[in-house]
Design a protein around this ligand. Structure first.
Ligand code: IMP
Ligand code: MG
Length: 180
């Protein structure tokens, strides 16, 4: 990958994780999930907007029977999490007795996933696990078990491959990190 710097709004970002590495990690994740959920017909719950590319590339590589549904739960503005967790929008499936796998773009403080897991638990699923493309372990503020992580990264703000900076950058095929 040729190093590249881009500007989104007022910030510069440089290439960080190339598409090839992202896909290679997603292939490994899909293999893990295929094994763990064989015979269980899991329901993937993808958290919009950030996880749309990750969800598409992961689901194409899942070979066991499964379902996918998209929910919304925005709690992020600018570069700092507000810590507020909003209610789940768009969850029309009955998840009681289902094996649910939440798909996230990134786990940062963990507020979003923590709040989401609490709300999902009330609906009586057979199991709930989280699969995330990226995780920033240094930032985690909750006791959370994120069982499936494609890649852990340091505490840098990143964009691309679904992740945005104030709305921009979601369309980029590689992941970029902020130039500090
Ligand atoms: P958390 O609630 O602090 O774990 O934040 C999770 C959400 O914040 C993610 O679903 C993203 O939408 C957003 N987020 C966290 N870190 C980043 C980042 O580095 N770039 C873009 N969005 C981020
Ligand atoms: Mg998100």
């Amino acid at each position: 990958m040729n190093p590249r710097t881009i500007t989104l709004h007022d910030c510069s970002f440089s290439t960080y994780i190339c598409e090839e590495e992202i896909i290679a990690r997603i292939v490994m994740l899909a293999e893990q999930l295929d094994q763990a959920y064989a015979g269980k017909t899991p329901l993937f719950l993808a958290v919009l907007n950030g996880s749309f590319m990750f969800t598409a590339d992961l689901l194409k590589r899942i070979s066991i029977p499964c379902e996918v549904s998209f929910i919304r739960l925005a709690s992020y503005q600018d570069m700092h999490s507000t810590g507020k967790v909003k209610e789940i929008l768009g969850l029309n499936e009955d998840i009681s007795g289902r094996h649910v796998i939440v798909l996230e773009d990134i786990v940062d403080t963990g507020h979003t996933v923590h709040g989401l897991l609490k709300q999902l638990a009330d609906r009586g699923p057979a199991s709930v696990e989280v699969a995330t493309l990226l995780m920033k372990p240094e930032c985690l503020q909750h006791e959370l078990e994120v069982k499936y992580v494609a890649k852990t990264i340091p505490n840098d703000f990143v964009v691309g491959y679904g992740l945005d900076y104030n709305g921009l950058g979601r369309n980029l095929r590689d992941i970029y990190k902020i130039v500090s």
